[in-house]
Design a binder for this molecule. Structure first.
Ligand code: GCB
Length: 602
């Protein structure tokens, strides 16, 4: 990633000047799963390389003949100290931690090799990675084709000229070492699953293809569709036709010099909502390419303390979710695994999910869209990032861009979240307000938020007071009265004073419990304690808080975290799930379910 920054004396301006983000260097293709794709998933050979011997020579200079060369040894005396042919294999996509016992706590480099056949088709070929955690260096047939930083967003490369007829060798160096200047930084409360965690796809497209498209309602309207289609070439005069059969919509328009065709038209629509998650079949044709999608239209706005969906006030009945598979507790690698979590959220009675703390896979968002679940989507700007480091800013901005570009057509995404529990201060405000500005420029059709922390007026008068209030649309905060702050009885005593005239969401509350551990309400770690904490918190919300617009308690399922070390209780899991790591519903599940059933907060 090349980035250039304007450094003024005493003032760091965190805006790339003429540099490009990874997404700009290799623009992301929209809706990859509807293209002509071949999954390169399967069992890939791998070599564990803690010292990065395959990358550096003995003086720690990048080696000319690293493992990426995968050189053939043609006689028994030839010197070579690695061999993919006789190395073990693991399933791709998939984290390495849960596939090889030796790699459970491993943080470092693993090399992967996959061979595939290719027959030239005259088309352009892109290599698409849906996510690699954390850093990927990608080589094809011995040559580097690119790299990417950030573990939860997609990236792609044009490999047309690097492919050979017949066998091709793809090698990826993956490094999941945590570091202070990474995003997330080296301290976070979830498991650092490493590897090629999402699909790898070979995508074939015409030489001139539809790179991306965006459908939205014009701001302030519920019946004017704005559509924008962009080709991969900056060329005027290309005819683009957009068809929405159910609306009898068929319009043709020509691209401008940027290769962009834009159309706006009034129409009568059924809007997308949790009660009726209506999606329209959409077809886009250029003279050389065609793509189809299913797209919904909704309007999300705020008025005072209300969030309005399609003009009507809505209470967000939510739950926070980590992208960790039910039952087997590894990084989710299929749409089916994601669906299980979303079905649990539906069973709870949710109309909304907070996909924490990083962008979840694309199918997860699409599945939620079909099920009528609204989504909060977040980047891993978590806890204490290096706020004054321009490279860190560029990295966060790039992850934000990739998240937004991938999901820009998803009707269910209502909130882009730019951070979680970050410490107050000028450097942070500078960093986050710049990110917020970018979100606003790229997408004025959704809301901006971040999970803030409380700043109390006294130990009993609780509040939120964050400068970032000026930049977000929704005031969200995490609060743990009854857990990190006092015991459950405190919940009944606190008062809340929140002065902002903006919608308020409690983005987290909760406490830990071991499924099957029972006792009195006051006994910590029991299901009873956790259920009591929820009962009191929900009562507090009803009776002693200013009106709020939604909640996303922490968290759907117990999830792995290397910070959670208490033997026989945590055993490496954060136990705040309303469902256990084995899929068992704790008492609290039913408390929340009942509240959502009866909840009449408008
Ligand atoms: C938080 C964090 C979340 C943690 C949670 C906890 O506030 O946002 O990532 O896992 O608390 O369990 O402490």
């Amino acid at each position: 990633m090349r980035n250039f920054f304007l450094l003024l004396p005493g003032l760091l301006v965190l805006q790339p000047l003429q540099g490009q983000t990874a997404a700009e260097l290799y623009p992301l293709i929209q809706n990859v799963y509807q293209r002509d794709i071949r999954k390169l998933n399967g069992y890939w050979s791998y070599i564990i390389d803690p010292l990065e011997t395959g990358y550096y020579d003995y003086r720690r200079r990048p080696a000319a003949n690293g493992f990426f060369k995968d050189e053939a040894v043609d006689n028994v005396h030839a010197y070579k100290e690695y061999d993919f042919d006789v190395s073990p294999r693991m399933g791709i996509p998939g984290d390495w931690n849960t596939q090889d016992r030796d790699l459970f706590y491993y943080e470092g480099t693993v090399w992967f090799r996959h061979k595939f056949h290719y027959t030239p088709s005259g088309k352009k070929a892109l290599l698409y990675f849906a996510a690699v955690n954390y850093e990927a260096k990608v080589y094809l047939n011995g040559k580097k084709i690119g790299e990417h930083v950030g573990g939860y967003t997609p990236f792609n490369f044009d490999i047309t000229d690097q492919l050979t007829t017949g066998e091709n060798t793809l090698i990826v160096k993956v490094d999941n070492k945590r570091s202070a200047d990474a995003v997330p930084t080296n301290n976070f409360d979830w498991f650092n699953y490493g590897g090629i965690t999402r699909d790898v796809l070979l995508v074939e497209v015409p030489q001139k293809f539809i790179q991306t498209y965006k459908f939205q309602l014009r701001k302030g309207t519920v019946d004017v569709i704005c559509a924008q289609v962009k080709l991969n070439v900056k060329e005027a005069g290309n005819k683009i036709t957009i068809e929405i059969p159910a609306l009898k919509w068929k319009k043709t328009v020509e691209t401008d010099a940027e290769g962009v065709a834009a159309i706006e038209a009034k129409t009568k629509l059924t809007l997308w909502s949790p009660q009726n998650p209506k999606l329209y079949d959409i077809h886009i044709y250029s003279t050389t390419d065609t793509i189809a999608d299913q797209i919904g239209f909704k309007q999300i706005t705020t008025r005072g303390r209300d969030i309005l969906l399609n003009g009507h006030s809505i209470f967000l009945k939510g739950i926070s979710i980590h992208e960790e598979a039910a039952f087997r507790n590894g990084r989710i690698y299929s749409a089916e695994e994601g669906k299980i979590l979303l079905e649990w959220a539906k069973e709870l009675g949710c109309n909304y999910v907070r996909l924490a703390h990083y962008p979840h896979n694309e199918q997860m968002v699409r599945e939620a869209e079909k099920m009528g679940l609204l989504v909060w989507s977040e980047i891993p700007v978590y806890w204490t990032i290096q706020w004054e480091n321009p490279e860190v800013y560029a990295n966060a901005l790039n992850q934000l861009t990739e998240m937004m570009e991938r999901d820009q057509n998803r009707a269910n995404i209502i909130i882009w979240s730019i951070a979680n529990e970050t410490p107050h201060g000028d450097a942070r405000d500078n960093f986050l307000s710049s990110l917020a500005k970018t979100v606003r420029e790229k997408d004025d059709s959704r809301l901006i938020s971040m999970a803030m922390e409380r700043k109390d007026k006294s130990s009993i008068v609780l509040s939120v007071n964050d400068e970032m209030n000026n930049y977000v649309d929704v005031i969200s905060f995490n609060q743990y009265v009854g857990w990190y702050d006092g015991t459950n009885e405190k919940i009944d005593r606190v008062k809340w004073e929140i002065d902002y005239d903006k919608p308020i969401i409690i983005s987290e509350f909760g406490g830990g419990a071991v499924y099957g551990l029972h006792g009195e309400n006051a006994d910590i770690w029991t299901e009873e304690y956790q259920a009591d904490l929820y009962r009191r918190t929900l009562k507090m919300i009803e009776e002693r808080m200013p009106p709020i617009a939604g909640i996303s308690p922490w968290v759907l399922k117990d999830f792995r975290s290397s910070r959670r070390l208490l033997p026989q209780i945590q055993d490496g899991f954060n136990r705040k799930g309303v469902i256990s790591d084995r899929g068992e519903r704790k008492k609290v599940f039913f408390v929340l379910q009942e509240w959502y059933k009866k909840n009449s907060i408008p």
